[in-house]
Write a protein that binds this ligand. Structure first.
Ligand SMILES: N[C@@H](CCC(=O)N[C@@H](CS)C(=O)NCC(=O)O)C(=O)O
Length: 211
């Protein structure tokens, strides 16, 4: 999102970076997407490592934060930061229990779906096919089990869009070719619906024309 951006988001075209960009878009927070590829860091490497010593993406820098520039280096922390700034848009419910449900579903996707999938991605590079298959199956089963969330509400945590949908969207998108869509009618309906959201389209394209 263009505008008076005091926020820079460094990243590239990966699920973790999309999640961060989509959260900023859905929250209506202006930011500047800055391309950084950890595998081809070039001359920017030293300055990037000062921001994020792991060398990974995404990294958010909020130049307008109280007390000076504020740096965040975990995609899901960036999602929560965006949510804190626009709770009505991203935490969906204002009741204690409604908000707890949003966090339950958000962490379901982060810990039970995204984490095993990322571990599997690493093990693929270590030539561990059996472990990769086990972890991939675990992620896919957890996505299939999310069908029940959608049988009682339009979105992952009820009838309003929330950070739970952002966490779900990026990993369902990444694993879409491996999912048994014929037995996931609610997930199919949800996936088509959320992909049409303008903020999601903008977030998914944030690193298409990098600065
Ligand atoms: N837990 C971190 C993971 C970040 C991460 O692994 N980023 C990948 C791209 S999706 C990366 O930068 N990989 C390059 C590398 O490991 O050198 C997050 O969610 O932000």
């Amino acid at each position: 999102m263009e505008g008076t951006a005091s926020i820079e988001l460094y990243g590239m075209r990966t699920g973790n970076c999309f999640r961060a960009a989509i959260a900023l878009e859905e929250a209506g927070i202006p930011y500047l997407a800055r391309w950084y590829d950890p595998r081809k860091p070039g001359d920017d490497e030293a300055s990037y490592l000062r921001l994020n010593p792991t060398g990974k993406v995404p990294t958010l820098v909020d130049h307008g934060a109280t007390g000076g520039p504020f740096v965040l280096t975990q995609s899901n922390a960036i999602v929560l930061y965006a949510g804190e700034r626009a709770p009505d848009r991203l935490f969906s419910e204002d009741s204690l229990t409604g908000r707890a449900r949003v966090f339950e579903r958000f962490f379901y996707f982060v810990t039970d779906v995204i984490a095993p999938s990322h571990a599997g991605f690493y093990l693929r590079s270590q030539n561990e096919p059996r472990a990769v298959n086990l972890l991939t199956e675990r992620s896919l089963t957890a996505i299939e089990n999310a069908e029940r969330f959608l049988s009682v509400g339009l979105f992952m945590a009820g009838d309003s869009f929330s950070i739970a949908d952002i966490a779900a969207l990026t990993i369902v998108g990444a694993m879409k070719n491996e999912l048994p869509w014929n037995r996931l009618s609610a997930l199919k309906r949800w996936f088509s619906m959320v992909q049409e959201r303008p903020a999601i389209k903008r977030g998914a394209a944030a690193f298409n024309a990098p600065v």
